[in-house]
Design a protein around this ligand. Sequence first.
Ligand code: NAP
Length: 246
Amino acid sequence: MLKEKIALVTGAGRGIGREIALTLAKNGATVIVNYNGSKASADEVVDEITKNGGSAEAIQCNVADFAESEEFVKAVLEKYKRVDILVNNAGITRDNLIMRMSEEDYDAVLDTNLKGTFNMMRHLSRSFIKQRSGKIINITSVSGVLGNAGQANYSASKAGVIGLTKSVARELASRGINVNAVAPGFIDTDMTKNMTDDAKKMVSEMIPMGKMGSAKDIADMVMFLASDSSNYITGQVICVDGGMAI
Ligand code: NAP
């Protein structure tokens, strides 16, 4: 379905990004597996893709850094000539109550989640516009839609990603480029594994479906948005959250 397509997935060595990379590759895309610190697991994702007959390459880049991400995009375009699918998945949390939240924790979360998404769209936009086609998929969060106590920095960054998505969707719509966001609810990954049983129970009670989601639930939605099935959809935020944001 994605044969001949080049996909770039940020933060694809672990968690949701890993599952997205594997799913896009299984559907025929050549995948650039971006990582920041997790080289070994990014290499393992590439191995799994190539073992199954697909094509992938792991490339290190801290997406929060404007100049570094510009070099990263330049190198990718030199080698692959185009990117058809950009998935901005890299993200971090540094949770705390607002009165205890440090400036460093606020800045780190905004830099990775919001500026990282801006950096990648900014550096790839010229190439997307030139080719007059493309799919940009930004991973936001139900916390960016509803807000979440203890996550002021994270919710602000993810609400910002929604604003970026809608604005860039309006800018690029006439050039044949779709820009959408996926808002996961609570998904079973490293990001949520340190939650206490009490916190997990409390969260489950907030989910109409009564259970956490899996990385596959998110990857399946990203696959839909990356495919031609989404050609008339842009600027949308699709919640994949077991009904949390109803
Ligand atoms: P995760 O398991 O903690 O993985 C985070 C990924 O982001 C890692 O691959 C990490 O790469 C990458 N990353 C972090 N900072 C980076 C940077 N500066 N440059 C490049 N990559 C960077 O988290 P996850 O649960 O898979 O989350 C993936 C996305 O889904 C995030 O945007 C997150 O906010 C969103 N989300 C998750 C949930 C959830 O419940 N899990 C809910 C809503 C939204 P390295 O290991 O190489 O540093």
